[in-house]
Ligand binder design. Structure first.
Ligand code: BG6
Length: 478
């Protein structure tokens, strides 16, 4: 469905995120016919360029990063016509009057802060000073949203000086992923699961986000963050919230975000023996973590596994195990809901006690499967085996399921439509930091070092032990 013409300004319009994600996402929505005549995309950055240079720059980025999304010839040229550029100094005066002169009244204006968080306050202030911060304005900010509770609060305050919460779109791109939204459809669109979705029936839940990539060229950023700040505080936390929250009354921004916030606030503290940090080693000619960063004795973690309880009526007694890491065996993200064994086996002790497991595969190979216990075929008596009821979305739904918009496409169009459901509210982000801060502070005061792990493995052995101790095991990363 086309949206009314809008103006989108990308601060950091020549940066890496703009090239890799934002511009290709906008291009695909343009190709899909979602942008009407008159829509304008304005790049803004320090580099000296004019409109012609910027159009060429964007065309190059599209050719490099738009793989797999074919557009007819000529569409890049058509897209280029809606692009323009302003050379601008975020901290000085240069360029602001030019930008203000380009704005149209009475249409949605979105300003994408694709810059480091240290510039968020200054940009908000300048937009206000130059008369661009009115009620039609929306701002989009990227992670990292601070590096702890106090910096996140300071950022929230700096934005709140000029914008209402309803105008601030904090991106966590995991919320824009198709299967992440499917978590809500599976839970709240079916009668089958929700009655069992509690500590009476669920033994434990595992959330894994495994990556094969290392930190590559992002060493400088990553070494100041680590897996806890880069992945757990935001992406894994959001998955945990969607899996654990109470049913919101409506699929509307504040209904959903209120429920997520309650989950974060009910998280228990994580004790030192409930968390394992790792750092990957070099393998053959592939560099190890320490080869990417300047400090050769860096103690930043590229892997985390932890166990946490949610102290509320629904979940007391059911542990949640979270795990994420770089340079692991496979790229695989999934959530497994492991149900309890039946209370009694009528087939005798030799039949074993079986558990149903509902696995929601987020990427790749999106789908769900449910392990169901059945009789092993044949005359050998009543022996039980577990068989998956497996649904891969592309197989079940055909090519349409393959052509789904990527997270950035969906989220940017939600900004234009004014739908904040898939964006984080300020209090959510602060609550997530309030839970993360003591964990990080604990490592710092104790001087804990991460455990080295082999590249291409499932992480440090100690992470396996974290579950073995509880008589459970991680699902294989594959
Ligand atoms: C980003 C992190 O937010 O998410 C990266 O900064 C990580 O370190 C990436 O690789 C993972 O996203 P995706 O969509 O590839 O799972």
């Amino acid at each position: 469905i086309p949206v009314d013409p809008f103006d989108l300004v990308i601060f950091g319009g020549t940066g890496d995120l703009a090239r890799r994600k934002i511009l290709p996402a906008l291009f695909r929505r343009f190709c899909a016919g979602q942008m009407q005549e008159g829509t304008r995309i304005i790049g803004a950055a320090r580099a000296e360029m004019d409109d012609v240079d910027y159009r060429a720059f964007v065309a190059e980025a599209l050719i490099e990063f738009n793989d797999g999304h074919g557009c007819e010839e000529g569409t890049i040229a058509a897209f280029q016509r809606i692009l323009s550029y302003v050379t601008l100094d975020a901290l000085g005066e240069n360029g602001w009057a030019d930008l203000a002169a380009k704005m149209h009244d009475g249409r949605v204006r979105a300003f994408y802060f694709s810059v480091g968080p240290s510039l968020f306050g200054a940009l908000a202030e300048k937009l206000h000073e130059h008369g661009m911060a009115d009620s039609d304005t929306r701002i989009v900010v990227e992670k990292p949203f601070g590096r702890d509770l106090s910096t996140a609060k300071a950022l929230n305050r700096a934005l709140a000086d000029h914008f209402d919460e309803g105008q601030i779109y904090r991106i966590d791109h995991y919320l824009g992923k198709e299967t992440v939204q499917n978590l809500m459809a599976i839970r709240f669109g079916n009668m089958l699961f929700e009655p069992l979705w509690n500590s009476q029936y669920v033994d434990h839940i595992q959330i894994t986000v495994a990556e094969t990539v290392g930190v590559g060229g992002r060493g400088e950023y990553y070494d100041r963050s680590g897996a806890m700040r880069d992945m757990v505080q935001n992406h894994l936390m959001q998955l945990l919230c969607l899996i654990a929250m109470e049913p919101p009354a409506k699929f509307e921004p504040d209904s959903v975000r209120d429920e997520k916030l309650k989950v974060i606030r009910a998280l228990d503290e994580v004790l030192p023996d409930q968390i394992v940090r790792g750092q990957y080693l070099a393998e053959g000619d592939k560099p190890g973590y320490l080869d990417h960063v300047e400090t050769t004795d860096s103690t930043t973690e590229s892997f985390i596994a932890l166990k946490v309880h949610i102290s509320n009526w629904r979940w007391a007694g059911t542990p949640f195990y979270l795990r994420t890491g770089k340079r692991l065996k496979a790229r695989s993200s999934e959530i497994a809901v492991v149900f309890k064994a039946t209370p009694h086996s009528i087939f005798g002790p030799e039949a074993g006690r079986h558990r149903n497991i509902l696995t929601i595969r987020l990427q790749p190979n999106e789908g769900i499967d449910l392990d169901v216990t059945i009789k092993e075929p044949g005359p050998g008596g009543m022996r039980l085996i577990d068989v998956p009821l497996d649904m891969t979305f592309t197989e079940a739904l055909g090519p349409d399921a393959e052509d789904v918009a990527d997270a950035y496409e969906r989220l940017i169009m939600d900004v234009v439509r004014g739908n904040q459901t898939l964006f984080m509210r300020g209090d959510e982000v602060e609550a997530a930091w309030a839970w993360t801060d003591p964990i990080i502070a604990g490592w710092e005061t104790r001087g804990d070092d991460p455990i080295a792990y082999e590249s291409g493995s499932s992480g440090p052995e100690e992470a396996l032990a974290l579950m073995h101790r509880d008589g459970r095991k991680w699902r294989e990363v594959r």
